[in-house]
Design a protein around this ligand. Structure first.
Ligand code: HEC
Length: 155
């Protein structure tokens, strides 16, 4: 089985929009020694397509809406609010945020700006939200925008 002449190969590939191109490609593939490797490639592509389909479905079904994550949130808030470390309300946890929002959105903003702490457990530990998440270089409005993001993906 020799290599396919390049022109034949290109014709087979490039003719691919009318439908007959595909048949031609198959015929070329069948007559060449490439059959097995092309099939392997096709299987690989099918696998990738399946994987992206699964990822897309998962994304569509997940509870977090498709709101872009602000980079400052990722660097300065997510370390605590991504996993609830130290008693931080987890971004995306609807119940937790509904509870905190019950006192009003302005009060939530204020606590994020001033920082606060509250008892965490019976062993005397406390949960500490540092003022502005320890980002004193950010303006109040920037903090509010971050809180808005956290609330938006938690409803
Ligand atoms: C060192 C960990 C830590 C970092 C970093 C952090 N937080 Fe927090 N945050 C907490 C903890 C802990 C609480 C809960 C404290 C409690 O309930 O006593 C909290 C609570 C909050 C709340 C809820 C306020 C309320 O009304 O209950 C908001 C809003 C908030 N943080 C916003 C932010 C923002 C915005 C950032 C990033 C700029 C940030 N946090 C960074 C630990 C952190």
């Amino acid at each position: 089985m020799g290599r396919l002449p390049r022109a034949d190969y290109l014709r087979g590939v490039q003719n691919n929009n009318g439908g007959s191109g595909l048949i031609m490609l198959r015929r070329i593939v069948a007559s060449s020694g490439w059959s097995t490797s092309l099939r392997a490639v096709a299987r690989g592509i099918a696998g990738i397509l399946l994987a992206s389909l699964c990822a897309a479905l998962l994304a569509a079904c997940s509870s977090e809406p498709d709101v872009p994550k602000p980079p400052v949130y990722v660097s300065s808030c997510e370390p605590c609010h991504g996993n609830g470390g130290g008693g931080a309300p987890v971004t995306g946890d609807k119940e937790e945020w509904a509870m905190r929002l019950a006192k009003g959105r302005e009060a939530v903003y204020l606590l994020a700006i001033t920082g606060f702490e509250a008892p965490l457990d019976d062993e005397g530990r406390t949960a500490v939200m540092p003022a502005k998440g320890a980002r004193n270089d950010l303006s109040d409005d920037e903090i509010k925008a971050l809180v808005d993001y956290m609330i938006e993906v938690s409803q």
